[in-house]
Design a protein around this ligand. Structure first.
Ligand SMILES: [Zn+2]
Length: 317
């Protein structure tokens, strides 16, 4: 299995959307705990359509991720336990609340849990085996609106931001930093969303000639169960950064860049337009081979700084 596209369906669109978040979050966290990282080892995306159809697709870039995701069709989302108040479910509903423009209404929490459990016991279908989804069977009307958007706007809080910055560096170092910042941003971002119910809404790079700043932006649900504590976010971010920048992972990261080939495996290679837009230059396979050296990695790690911003508070990591 190199590529996979698997599907599930629930007639309540927002419940399906919450399940998509629960599943993707569970799988990403599972891969993270097995030292498999987005960009380096795999890609994984979820999408829920208006019909209630959930599509999860991705690609394994190596045997290790392939082995871990071999049974993805029967893997279950972590819904938590009754004792913990089904915390992951509450977090997923907060996340989709941060993603949706309108406030969500959850009618009957017990039924929501029951339906999520039912959805969890059904296997995912490989898209290759699907002829029509949803099929034309009549749906039970009282489960269609278990969660639905109200006509009130979400009133989203000011966002949470993670900044990764580098100053006064030559072009080649900046190019390598762009990729490394993105790699770190994706891993830290996934963990922030998993633990603090935020929604990873965007990432961009600001280049003002001397300073380059990568910013990952997270939407925060104002109605989520607990207010964001920036100190706690900082603690988790620091821990994740330390886990990501070990010599072993960095060596794998330079091997990934050095082996990039736009003719053989373009998905598993840095995005050409990302470097072109942020630095105004193109870097091909040969360029990455020259740049992704351990010396250059060391230079970046000495020069890079990290910070978090939320409302009027900021913390340097
Ligand atoms: Zn979503």
């Amino acid at each position: 299995m190199k590529y996979f596209t698997i599907v599930k369906y629930h007639p309540c669109v927002q419940l399906a959307h919450a399940y998509e978040h629960l599943f993707v979050s569970t799988i990403t966290e599972y891969l993270y705990q097995h030292n498999r990282y987005k960009l380096l080892d795999y890609s994984l995306n979820g999408e829920t359509y208006e019909s209630g159809v959930i599509v999860v697709n991705g690609e394994c870039y190596n045997n290790e991720s392939e082995k871990l995701l071999n049974n993805i069709a029967t893997m279950k989302a972590d819904l938590g336990s009754e004792k913990s108040g089904y915390l992951p479910v509450a977090q997923a509903i907060s996340q989709i609340g941060a993603e949706e423009p309108n406030m969500l209404y959850v009618g009957n929490p017990e039924r929501v849990i029951k339906e999520l459990k039912k959805l969890n016991t059904k296997s995912w279908k490989n898209i290759d085996s699907v002829s029509l989804l949803p099929d034309t069977k009549a749906v039970n009307e009282d489960i269609v609106d278990l969660i639905y958007p109200t006509n009130q706007l979400s009133n989203i809080n000011s966002p949470l931001e993670l900044n990764i910055e580098i100053k006064d560096q030559p072009l080649q170092i900046c190019a390598l930093w762009c990729e490394l910042a993105r790699f770190i941003g994706l891993s830290v971002g996934q963990r922030i969303c998993h633990n603090f119910s935020t929604y990873f809404s965007s990432e961009h790079i600001n280049n003002d000639d001397t300073t380059m700043t990568y910013t990952a932006t997270f939407s925060v649900n104002r109605h989520s169960q607990s207010e964001i504590n920036l100190e706690e976010v900082a603690l988790l971010s620091r821990k994740t950064i330390n886990e990501i920048i070990t010599p072993d992972v960095l060596m794998r990261f330079s091997a990934y860049l050095s082996s990039a080939s736009y003719s053989h495996n373009p998905h598993f290679a840095p995005d050409i337009s990302y470097t072109a837009q942020n630095l105004g230059v193109l870097i091909g396979s040969q360029g990455w081979k020259n740049i992704a050296t351990s010396d250059n990695m060391k230079k970046i790690l000495q020069a890079v700084s990290y910070s978090l911003h939320y409302g009027s508070s900021s913390i340097d990591l």
